[in-house]
Write a protein that binds this ligand. Sequence first.
Ligand code: BDR
Ligand code: CA
Length: 316
Amino acid sequence: MSEKRKLIIDTDCGSDDAVAIAMALHDENYEVIMITTVCGNVPIQQATENTLTTLEYSNTYFPDVYRGCDKPLLAPWKGSRDTHGDDGMGDLGFHSTRLKAREGHAVLKILEALRENEAGSIDIVTLGPLTNLAMAIRLERDTVLRARRVVVMGSTGLGHGNVTPAAEFNIWQDAHAARIVLEAGFDDLMLVGWDACLGDAILDEREIEMIRNSSELGRFCIDSNRVLMSLNKRRFGRDCLDMADPAAMAAALYPQCIDRCERYYAEIETAEGPSFGSVVLDYYGFTGQSANVAVCSKLKSAEFREYLFRTLGVNK
Ligand code: BDR
Ligand code: CA
């Protein structure tokens, strides 16, 4: 690729978001033009602070960071303390010593960037609830459709939920926003399901140690995920890391690592009840509706690792 592709990352920066952001910043084919924050894993102020900390540890270049929506559109904020800790980063006191967020609202800044750049020149990757993107669509849908593609870490893929039997956290935390995004009419919208980071994509103890011992950034990436690791010990019975946001980032920036991705017509369940926040995929085409989304449900584990290790600077 001769010219770098422009990328906006929208994040509720918890510990796996941090790894994904570090990966993108080290990908020489992309320029992260801004990072926008959203309430999700942690409140907006903490998500913003964690993003700045991640920029500092990544120590590459320093895209502008803008604070976005501080609540889901309608649903109550629940957060994910059990997955990422109170501060979203394993409660180890990681914080930025010198960086500050810029003035201006994330939603307006996303629109500004899409308006000012040529249509089809910006990719968006979302790593948290879709509140900011939905707000941008509500304000200026045509402007948002100028994005070349949107890749969302969200949905259960073809598998099961991680916050309820039926739902994955990012979609569930703001299901109304997810519905707006799915109904917006994107030509190229991909959901990377939680199942894409499971199975062979899960990092084992040896790989975790390799990353931790590789550099200060490696240590930050692993230690900040310590609460996730203890959750995994309980739910998977071993020390391991499921890297949801890194899986989405890899699928977005290094599509060679995608093993399974198909297009479907999908709807978001927003009615209260056991299926709230689930993505209902029309797998067999019952509705007769045209596909509105691609769903990535599996990564090639070797390619995913190669990209993850390369961008984090880990020598195997
Ligand atoms: C998603 O929810 C959060 O816990 C992670 O950061 C990821 O974005 C996984 O369901
Ligand atoms: Ca996230």
